[in-house]
Design a protein around this ligand. Structure first.
Ligand code: PLP
Length: 374
């Protein structure tokens, strides 16, 4: 059996009529950029998130750097974030002209470690950028406390965790802004690139609305800006999909429970750790080989045996060749947890449309690894 890693085509087939209807509506409106469907989706997203404002932009990376710019962050300002994240988090810090300060993650959850944040703070620190990695919220209550003690801004990189929540907080409740990516494979994904920001701060909303549209909020009147808009066709796809997000997250959680149960007792693995009381929505189900030397062998074995596994992310940012490419960066070594995560992570197939046979087959192939280890 071949178990695929991505399920977006199956997802489209399952709700084809809903998505097609939205696309037809956009095509018939004749307004494809900053049209009525974008407005509608922004209202739906704000209502869903319980935020005053939501605004669509070109992608999740832009959502981050446009927010940093709107907050007035720039050269000399240090932004503290995870060493173990997708590269785009750090790129966005650099695009805004800021300094990236990379800190270690928690040894269990792999989300940013508040103790490591505390150690990294200097007079130049201006903002904290926690990543809700793999679908689990960073401990925002602890992060908010640190931000309050030091007068820092907080921007949540929520590219991977729509519909997650903490034990006693919602995403967006304890920060200045939340940034999300809608790229194809995300839990809420469109058929290409897309992103958004949600916030309760009117100044962020107003500034990014202008910045995303060539610095213009009135025809022919401009200040310096960019072109980063969420097209109406994408907004239509997302509007159709947003209605399903809760049921899809529930299914991801159900699949994670099956993996947890099926892989229990695999002495050669560490399984994902969900913090008690948190709703982890498993954008990715990431196992780690106890022995980093086994990772590449196991990955190859899984792929050869029909399980399309991948890595997120096998090279920590500060270990990429050429880092930091002349950009402003500060490390707060040691980063043992981020480095262990990078050297031993394997993501198993995880999407709501996985079948029972595929889930059980994946479990069996993983369990059989010791017998097949070459
Ligand atoms: C943690 C994280 N931050 C930022 C991004 C950037 O989003 P995009 O690819 O839409 O620019 C992604 C995903 O791609 C991500 O996973």
């Amino acid at each position: 059996m071949q178990v695929p890693f991505y399920g977006h085509v199956r997802q489209y087939q399952n709700i084809k009529s809903e998505i097609d209807a939205k696309m037809q509506e956009v095509l018939a409106s004749g307004q494809f950029v900053q049209g009525p469907m974008l407005k509608k989706f922004e209202e739906e997203l704000a209502a869903y998130a319980g935020a005053k404002y939501a605004l669509g932009v070109g992608n999740g990376t832009d959502a981050l750097w446009l927010t940093f710019m709107a907050l007035g962050l720039g050269q000399g300002d240090e932004l503290i974030t995870n060493a173990n994240t997708f590269f785009a988090t750090i790129e966005a810090v650099w695009i805004a002209g800021c300094t990236a300060v990379l800190v270690d993650c928690d040894k269990n959850t792999r989300c940013i470690d508040p103790a490591a944040i505390r150690k990294a703070i200097t007079k130049r620190t201006k903002a904290l950028v926690p990543v809700h990695l793999y679908g689990q919220c960073a401990p925002m209550d602890e992060i908010r406390k640190i931000a309050d003690e030091h007068g820092l801004l907080v921007v949540e990189d929520n590219a991977q965790a729509i519909d997650a929540r903490g034990a006693n907080f919602k995403i967006g409740e304890l920060s200045d802004a939340v940034c999300i990516s809608f790229i194809i494979q995300k839990n809420l994904g469109t058929f290409g690139d897309g992103g958004a920001i949600w916030t309760n701060r009117q100044d962020i909303n107003d500034k990014v609305r202008k910045l995303r549209n060539h610095g213009s909020s009135k025809r022919d009147v401009h200040s310096m800006g960019f072109n980063s808009r969420l097209d109406d066709l994408h907004a239509g796809v997302l509007s159709a999909k947003l209605k399903h997000i809760k049921e899809w997250s529930d299914r991801r959680i159900e699949i994670a429970k099956k993996y947890d149960a099926g892989l229990k007792g695999c002495y050669f693995l560490d399984l994902p750790h969900a913090r008690p009381g948190y709703r982890h929505v498993y954008h990715l189900y990431v196992i780690e080989t106890k022995n980093p030397a086994d990772r590449d062998l196991m990955l190859e074995y899984l792929q050869k045996n029909g399980v399309d596994a991948k890595t997120h992310y096998s090279i920590a940012i500060h270990k990429q060749e050429g880092f930091p490419w002349g950009k402003a960066a500060r490390l707060t070594p040691p980063l043992p947890n981020a480095e262990k995560n990078a050297s031993s992570c394997i993501s198993l197939p995880m999407f709501p449309e996985l079948t029972e046979e595929e889930i059980q087959s994946t479990i069996q192939v993983v369990r059989d690894w010791p017998k097949n280890r070459s």
